[in-house]
Design a protein around this ligand. Structure first.
Ligand SMILES: NC(=O)c1ccc[n+]([C@@H]2O[C@H](COP(=O)([O-])OP(=O)(O)OC[C@H]3O[C@@H](n4cnc5c(N)ncnc54)[C@H](OP(=O)(O)O)[C@@H]3O)[C@@H](O)[C@H]2O)c1
Length: 287
């Protein structure tokens, strides 16, 4: 891999970003992290990361971070494209780097996420006609989504959540990052729309059980009914259409497991990490 790549990572202090930054640094790239001013999570970034202050809702604040970069590991940390700056941001990105790896969603892959409302489909649509060598990482759920069970497991050992029987092929955030990093550093995956998943099919209830085994306590599951779950999601800030989409998707994958792929193995040459290994790494969050 080239030693001379300079790569900008957006949303770098979320679940995926720290893995992307660390892997890029390890491969010898120069890594820039786009962070909001006063980001309290900036300490999660490894030493050697170049910090650039910028806000994805204010395109002009991205200029310094994009100046001279070869690639962007792009994450769009908003539910929708109500953030009307998306076209200006993508225009700026498309004018500079050679390569972009964009973390998209399985919802686009299966046609559930329509362009007019959803960020993933819309950002893909903006990037697709540009001259950039883009790679779309259409991912199923993150294994880290199970952190949403942590408070309940710690407090009561019971997870109350909708659709325990929904069967997921959740991906480890480090594997997702590795696919994007490989695409950015090798240039070998231009214009690919990859479905990025883990290698296992596990229901949400099974994920909770595995967490219980890892931390040494029984973990039970109680399904929250669809309408109550929708009300809670909307109350916590989800746009109603997004809550409906997520719950409809859970219902679908209760009937038939969500799609899986071998992209992690194929692109990185390593098997996808298991959910149990993720739970072991994050056991403290559940104790
Ligand atoms: N979770 C899933 O199952 C799933 C599935 C499919 C696709 N995805 C995609 O994966 C992406 C990455 O997820 P993630 O969990 O790693 O991260 P995330 O929670 O989406 O993003 C968090 C990061 O975004 C930064 N951020 C927030 N507002 C910003 C702004 N206005 N300008 C610049 N940065 C801003 C945050 O900074 P602060 O620390 O300062 O807040 C933080 O670094 C998501 O955005 C989503 O599109 C997720």
């Amino acid at each position: 891999m080239s030693q001379q790549n300079t790569v900008l990572v957006t949303a770098p202090t979320g679940n995926v970003g720290p893995h992307a930054v660390a892997q890029l640094l390890e491969a010898g790239a120069t890594v820039r992290a786009l962070v909001l001013k006063d980001d309290p999570n900036v300490g999660r970034l490894p030493e050697g990361t170049e910090i650039f202050h910028g806000d994805l809702t204010e395109p002009d604040t991205l200029d310094a971070a994009l100046d001279g970069v070869d690639g962007v590991f792009l994450m769009w940390p908003f539910f929708t494209t109500d953030v009307s700056t998306a076209p200006a941001v993508i225009e700026k990105i498309a004018a500079r780097p050679r390569r972009v790896a964009f973390v998209s969603s399985v919802g686009v892959h299966i046609g559930l996420e329509r362009v007019d409302n959803n960020c993933h489909a819309y950002i893909e649509e903006l990037l697709e006609p540009t001259d950039v060598d883009w790679t779309f990482l259409r991912t199923t759920g993150f294994q880290a989504n199970a952190l949403g069970f942590a408070e309940q497991i710690r407090a009561s050992g019971v997870v109350r959540f909708p659709y325990g029987a929904a069967v997921r092929t959740s991906v480890h955030e480090a594997d997702l990052a590795a696919v994007g990093v490989t695409a950015l550093l090798t240039g070998a995956h231009a214009r690919q729309k990859y479905l990025v998943t883990g290698a296992e099919e596990l229901s949400q209830r099974e994920q909770a059980r595995i967490i219980g085994e890892v931390v040494g306590r029984a973990v039970d599951w109680e399904d929250v009914e669809h309408d109550a779950a929708r009300a809670a999601m909307v109350a916590s800030g989800w746009p109603p259409a997004y809550a409906d989409g997520a719950l409809d998707y859970f219902a679908t994958i209760t009937e038939k497991p969500e799609l899986g792929s071998t992209v992690v193995q194929d692109v990185t040459g390593r098997p996808a990490r298991t959910f149990r290994s993720w739970a072991q790494e994050h056991a403290d969050a559940f104790r």
